[in-house]
Design a protein around this ligand. Structure first.
Ligand SMILES: C[S@@+](CC[C@H](N)C(=O)[O-])C[C@H]1O[C@@H](n2cnc3c(N)ncnc32)[C@H](O)[C@@H]1O
Length: 255
């Protein structure tokens, strides 16, 4: 199966539960991303891999125009219905691949993307496209999961993530994500880390992971709890298996 087909397959089934996840809808988290970018009112914004459109709509509240692109039609339908219910006429959503954005060069003042790079096979291609469609002097902001700086610990987490959702390619480490942007010629402006506590069973339910793979994920997390094998730091709380996701938000300038 081609990777984009796998992404569409996964996110067509995840669209509704993903869009209802508290940490995804969290308005304080969305506001932190908007604040980190500090957009001008006149800005034109692109949200790459917009999913249910929450990031795009947070920018639409304070910017002139926002466009969200995504591969998965079910996600775009949700984004459009969220737009309608919030009566934001300056946002629109369309199909498009992050690796080949359907826009001319220098079209946007700001390009953002949250929780998407780890679904892409060639992240450098996505960043090159973000740079292409961003106007000189513009801003590119990426928020994503990050894994350990230690290759073996990083590989352990990526194995868990990929078993849970086969459209996961590879989450980068914090330095890997920063390097991805600086290698694209961008000037790093700010870096903010975050942490999300996840309930393993809720997380597996959101992705509708088949039971065979879910069993392997639980076993890997339990091993990790005993032997500290990744950066996920699993633990039990009230009898439920929990772990920690680390995130990084990098804001950079196209000089
Ligand atoms: C984990 S969701 C994140 C959605 C949204 N950015 C958010 O943070 O709420 C990942 C989204 O990326 C989209 N996606 C993955 N790979 C993509 C690609 N190469 N081009 C466009 N969209 C992609 C999926 O369809 C899905 O909607």
């Amino acid at each position: 199966m081609r990777h984009h087909d796998r992404v569409r397959l996964e996110f067509s089934k995840q669209a509704v539960p993903f869009s209802q996840t508290a940490s995804i809808r969290d308005s304080a988290r969305l506001q932190r991303l908007v604040d980190a970018v500090a957009p001008a009112r006149s800005a034109s914004v692109l949200d790459i891999a917009t999913g249910p459109g929450y990031v795009a709509l947070a920018f639409a509240e304070v910017c002139r125009e926002v466009v969200g692109v995504d591969l998965t039609p079910e996600m775009l339908e949700l984004a459009e219905s969220h737009r309608r219910s919030r009566q934001l006429s300056n946002a629109s959503f369309q199909r498009g691949a992050a690796e080949k954005l359907p826009f001319p060069a220098k079209r946007f003042d700001i390009v953002v993307s949250r929780l998407a790079i780890h679904h892409c096979r060639v992240p450098a291609r996505v960043i090159a496209e973000a740079v292409r469609v961003c106007a000189p002097g513009g801003t590119i902001a990426i928020e994503d999961l990050v894994v350990s700086e230690h290759p073996r610990r990083a590989a352990y987490q990526n194995r868990v993530e990929k078993l849970r959702d086969p459209s996961h390619t590879r989450a980068l480490s914090a330095t890997g994500l920063i390097r991805l942007l600086s290698n694209a010629g961008l000037e790093i402006q700010s870096i903010n880390s975050g942490e999300l506590q996840q309930d393993a069973e809720k997380w597996l339910a959101t992705s509708a992971t088949p039971e065979r793979e879910a069993r392997k994920v639980r076993a890997l997390l339990l091993q990790d709890e005993k032997r500290d094998l990744s950066g996920l730091c699993p633990f039990h709380f009230d009898g439920r298996l929990q772990f920690r996701h680390n995130t990084l938000t990098v804001v950079a300038h196209k000089t």
